[in-house]
Design a protein around this ligand. Structure first.
Ligand code: ASP
Length: 588
């Protein structure tokens, strides 16, 4: 080994010992005949000192050494002089008096500071990701991620789960995105698809009698990039046989609750047991099915109050099947017209035509865009429904349901942030259940599965599949945390007839279904146990636990927002001969 100790482990108890250390030069300070260096490795920082009087050779050798050079030193651990201890550093009570220095490698001046936590352009960080990873924050994030995954592995191992790897070269496994395809050289014109998730494979493992499976699984989805999306990402993929949804949910609930206590003890789970919301309740209270439940600002429906109020704008929306909902931005009653207009711009961005408001000052003066059109009684009823008090700002959107939900849920999250209501150290885990089994897709003129093709309907809703599919509920459960869906799962279909019935319901041609999923239909005829599972997203969960704004911050080598790896420059062109071998001709 190049070192006897790590840079982070030396303490007072080591005083008097001779140690060999190796690492990077984090910072240097020259004081005439004495040079101080903070030497860094993954485990911490330690101050090393060279003195021209006592170790001239070592002092000479350190002369040219600059930040990020890699050096090895031999020296004695000394207590720091009286008053010079650094309480912020775990090794702050000692320093290493260096006798020998060996330069293991030099370094160019890095394009950004490694020893300061400052904002750096993200593409520069990604280009030099190997330098970015040396920074404190990235190291901490990767260590956190490691602890999360290790906790999961240990927890599930103790409960009889085994980790099984499933293929990356496979067949389309639809989760609602485009597939990444891999051409086959051996089979001209044929392609593998990278799994969008191991969904079918984990179900096959259940048919295979594995009963309790998990995998820290890479998933590939070719979809438009967003803050919390990557072309490839990691899930805790999990499946269990002989279970009902309650069993899967309680296992996951206990796992994350214990993980928080062990891995991020400074954070607090908002409520135990985790709240459960039906899909309809989540939509009506928060306007979205992955709500942030750390704060109120809940949506209130005033459609019934204003449907025949005499105010044309509200009336015509209601007459056309829309509704009017609002929220009470507590304490913003003194907002100026310009500030309210700015909020109106926000809802317009999400499709609303405008934002109706009623601002109540602290001395109870009212300003409103609509109150003059309402009777005093109606206005009073509206204010009561929103629990209005002096100093409040009531904001309303009148539109078709989808627009009202989208606009107000965005506004709610923005106001929650602005009012400092979302405590980063609180984890608002909750479950959302009773999703519709299928959603109508007006563009394609067909029903789409609301989760995926293999989710089972609620047994009591089976007759609805023929009578009124839009009213049937699925045995699906979504794991929601602080405004993100961090996982979804379901009890699956394990019966061939029912699976075929669902394929038919969503308009999948029987021949196409047989080509794509024939192996599953066949397997279902060989004694498939009832089964279900879930797949929490590791990247998103780590992002939230690390208080990061996007998942790239918790992935060692992420793609940028254009789905490029800017360090290695991928995707890239390939040799003509490679294409030929793959039987591919480019049309440009
Ligand atoms: N395969 C699903 C997904 O990736 C999760 C599951 O149903 O277990 O979202």
């Amino acid at each position: 080994m190049y070192k006897t100790h790590t840079c982070g482990e030396l303490r007072r108890a080591h005083v008097g010992k001779t140690v060999t250390l190796a690492g990077w030069v984090h910072r240097r300070r020259d004081h005439g005949g004495v040079t101080f260096i903070d030497l860094r490795d993954r485990f911490g920082l330690v101050q090393i000192v060279t003195n021209s009087a006592t170790a001239p050779m070592a002092h000479q050798a350190i002369e040219d050494v600059r930040v990020e050079w890699v050096i090895q030193v031999v020296g004695e651990v000394n207590p720091r002089p009286e008053g010079a201890a650094n309480q912020n550093l775990s090794t702050g009570e000692i320093e290493v008096d260096v006798r020998e220095v060996k330069v293991l490698n030099s370094a160019k001046t890095p394009p950004f500071y490694i020893n300061k936590d400052e904002d750096v352009d993200e593409n520069t960080r990604l280009h030099y990701r190997y330098l970015d990873l040396r920074r404190d924050k990235m190291r901490q994030n990767l260590e956190l991620r490691h602890r999360v995954v290790k906790f999961i592995r240990d927890y599930l191992d103790e409960r009889g789960f085994i980790e099984v790897e499933t293929p990356i070269l496979f067949k389309t496994t639809p989760e609602g995105a485009r597939d990444y395809l891999v051409p086959s050289r051996v089979h001209p014109g044929q392609f593998y698809a990278l799994p969008q998730s191991p969904q079918q494979l984990k179900q096959m493992l259940m048919v295979g009698g594995i009963e309790r499976y998990f995998q820290i699984a890479r998933c590939f989805r070719d979809e438009d990039q967003r803050g919390d999306r990557q072309p490839e990402f990691t899930q805790l993929d999990l499946e269990m046989s002989f279970v009902e949804r309650e069993d899967v949910m309680s296992l996951i609930e206990e796992m994350f609750t214990k993980m928080v206590a062990e891995v991020v003890p400074h954070k607090r789970v908002l409520a135990k047991p985790w709240p459960r919301l039906t899909y309809l309740e989540a939509m009506s209270r928060f306007g979205k099915d992955n709500p942030d439940i750390r704060f109120g600002l809940e949506l209130k429906d005033i459609t019934d109050l204003v449907a025949a109020s005499g105010f044309k704008v509200f009336e015509s929306v209601v007459a056309n099947g829309g509704f009017v909902r609002g929220l009470n931005a507590k304490g913003l009653g003194e907002y100026s017209r310009a500030q309210i207009d700015e909020l109106a711009e926000v809802v317009k961005k999400y499709g609303a035509k405008g934002l109706a408001y009623l601002a109540i000052s602290t001395n109870n003066d009212q300003r409103s865009s609509f109150s003059k059109f309402l009777t005093a009684e109606t206005l009073q009823a509206v204010m009561e429904r929103l629990e209005a008090e002096p100093g409040d700002l009531l904001l309303f959107v009148a539109d078709q349901p989808a627009t009202v939900f989208e606009a107000l849920s965005r506004l709610r999250v923005l106001l929650g942030e602005r009012l400092g209501l979302a405590d980063a150290d609180v984890l608002g885990f909750c479950w959302v259940v009773d999703f519709p089994f299928v959603n109508w897709n007006p563009e394609e003129n067909r029903w789409d599965p609301s989760h995926h093709l293999f989710t089972a309907p609620m047994p009591e809703d089976l007759p609805l599949l023929d009578l009124n599919p839009g009213k049937a509920r699925g045995q699906q459960y979504d794991l929601v945390l602080n405004n993100y869906e961090v996982g979804g799962g379901s009890i699956r279909i394990h019966d061939r007839q029912l699976q075929e019935r669902v394929f038919k319901l969503i308009g999948l041609d029987p021949e196409v279904a047989r080509q794509r999923f024939g192996h599953m239909l066949e397997a279902f005829e060989y004694g498939t146990p009832p089964h279900g599972g879930i797949a929490p997203g590791i990247d998103r969960i780590c992002m939230i636990l690390a208080n990061e704004p996007n998942i790239r911050e918790v992935i060692a080598f992420p793609k940028n927002q254009m789905a490029r790896d800017v360090m290695a420059d991928a995707p890239s062109q390939v040799e003509a001969v490679q294409l030929k071998e793959l039987h591919i001709k480019l049309d440009q």
